[in-house]
Ligand binder design. Sequence first.
Ligand code: UDX
Length: 448
Amino acid sequence: MKITIFGTGYVGLVTGTCLADVGHDVMCMDVDADKIARLEAGEIPIYEPGLEEMVKANVAEGRLRFTTDPAAAVDFGVLQFIAVGTPPDEDGSADLQYVLAVAETIGRHMTEEKVVVDKSTVPVGTADRVKAAVAGALAERGAAIDFEVCSNPEFLKEGAAIEDFTHGARIIVGTESERVKTLMRECYAPYIRLHDKLMFMDVRAAELTKYAANAMLATKISFMNEIANLAERLGADVEQVRRGIGSDPRIGYQFIYPGCGYGGSCFPKDVQALARTAGEVDYEAELLGAVEAVNRRQKQTLFAKLSRAFDGDLAGRTIALWGLAFKPNTDDMRDAPSRTLMEALWAAGARVQAYDPEAMDECRRLYGEREDLALVEDRVQAVEGADALVICTEWKAFRSVDFAWLKSRLTLPVVVDGRNLFEPETARAAGLLYYAVGRGDSLRPAER
Ligand code: UDX
């Protein structure tokens, strides 16, 4: 099957590459010529385990190709996936200019019947706007060619995107057209041979499913962070509470890990966008507002704990950071808790010494050269000469630590663990002033 993908960002590139990998003929189009040139040379603009090898193999096999030529892209596929970005605009709603620009491009260049597939995360009702944009561009040319628009939201987690694409829980397609159903079934046939997880539904239901899924997961996290904050004040250990409630299959163990708040490209943006959409239909989504507010506060707890440990005076201190990415196995720092922390530390006059296995370049890109930021080679260098350590991301390589060594490196020696990697008793027995999230006495001031 011939498939065109517009957008070679995270979603577009993973979708195009995975579809090529199962034998489809895929063309990926992007307006960014530099990006396309790099992709053609086998250079991947993002960090995603396994993706680079997959791109190279499929390019070599001739099933995956890249272009900046819109006419060639529209001409190529019977399915035209729109997988461009929908960044939040100032008021938190999704900015659809890129999605609608692709729709116009399709309308401007199509010469035969096409199916437009909305892959980007777009507000409910966008399929209608995409339809109008394609129709408008066709009308301008005086052309009358049939086309259809369906919704096919993605559920990819960064760091596990290929696995999620190939073994996801479901494939959602919003359409009422039998022709579209047949084509989408053909597109996903390799993934549903053993287990038919293709779900057809109304276009609007498909669009809302994406937001509902992310909002539900974000709600679980914020709920658990709220319980952790309570546990700190009540002298309970949230890790025990987590196991206690997770054992109920109605609740489940997944996505109930308390921490320093959720970040990334989806949860913060999608919760805000859904709340905005609610506002547009005169409904105040109180729960969504609370999920967002709890998360905003949670991202500030790392600084609050540090500040308490230093009696509110962090000026001139050097703070080591392990982890900058919003979660492990990615270099993405969008809305990462590490950023809230670093920015608060700088404002308080402290210096940051940070290490992340993948996100160093991204951090450099975001903050440039600054005197109060040292990006170092490894986690050992990060704690060299530091007063305290904060763990922001639960990279595997941070999970095992010689506490006695750590104590000998840190001057105070305060450890704020935003991901609950260690047993507080063990860390404290080694002489560390260890503060986790929701673990009994995580609030007490440092004993010096
Ligand atoms: C998420 C969804 O999981 C995915 O289905 C959707 O398509 C896009 O958004 P992603 O943002 O890549 O994926 O990361 P995810 O692994 O879901 O983590 C999101 C954030 O929640 C991270 O900051 C993570 O640290 C945090 N988190 C996750 C918790 O704090 N606690 C948890 O129990 C789980």
